[in-house]
Write a protein that binds this ligand. Sequence first.
Ligand code: SF4
Length: 338
Amino acid sequence: MKPDIRDLTRSELEEKLSALGLKRTHAGRVFEYLYRQGAVSFGWMAAVPEKVRAALGAEYALFPFPAAEKRVSLIDGTKKLLFRFCGGAPAESVVLPGKYRTAACLSSQAGCACGCTFCATGALGLKRDLKPSEITAQFAACLRQARGGLGSLVFMGMGEPFLNWENVKKAILILSDGRGWNFPQSRMTVSTVGIVPVIEELAASDLKIKLAVSVVAAGEALRSKLVPLQARYPLSAVIAAVRRYCRERRALVFFEYILFDGLNDSPADAEELIELIEGIDCRVNLIPCNSPAGRGGARSQRAGAFQQLLIAAGVRTYLRLEKGSDILAACGQLAGKQ
Ligand code: SF4
């Protein structure tokens, strides 16, 4: 089977054209057709010379993507899109309308191998990595659903983006390419549960994306029960990598902290978190727990008290509004079901 041309970054396409004895400069025009005009065949690319189209068509395909099944939240208008990519691999994207701008949340893998105990995607196991074209296809579908365009993009859907990093990185380069969608990297956030080598790679790279790290629990013992990957990348190593990232990039990092009622939301837990992230230029997003079954965590008094303790310690903190829980589209609920 031929590979899909939309799995290539523009520089990869330039290399390929050069290897075929063709001008590298055709790559920009091909990108415009693919991403600005949504070309579905090489025949669409009227301004690309016939011999270039023929050469590319001999090597690559433009596979049609399956239409997404859509559900819309009656509570807040959140939209969930379910794709079944080649081989039935499920992937879900979420379009989150906000007061001022709409965000999209994309999947990086079909399922996930990490097995976090609170997460419906983790319970699925890993079906397979998504290809760059399957990640950017989600973006295109979300864009069509977002009235007024998309203001930001997060890689927080199904999968651990840093365990499919090569493909996610290519998708980021394609999405931000000036001859394509030109979506700014500075408005993209990649969320990880803490894959230390990739955090270090990101610190040394020239990508402009933002980093979010799921802390889940500030104590290593409790985190071990919730995040199996803790055995490979202990929280102390993750936080040390984050400190290096912030220093080298002079960038702010986002911490995601899921509030489980009565488990990690006591004043002592707040103190432990404050100590853990002390001195890091960060913002903490507090996420009321969403059970995979759809029982959403409310903004409880305990959550409010937890937030107040962080604020009193000078930590920028945001208590996230739960969105899309009635259609299983909130954090931790994506499981490839409609
Ligand atoms: S929380 Fe993220 S890393 Fe953990 S199982 Fe779910 S999708 Fe995977």
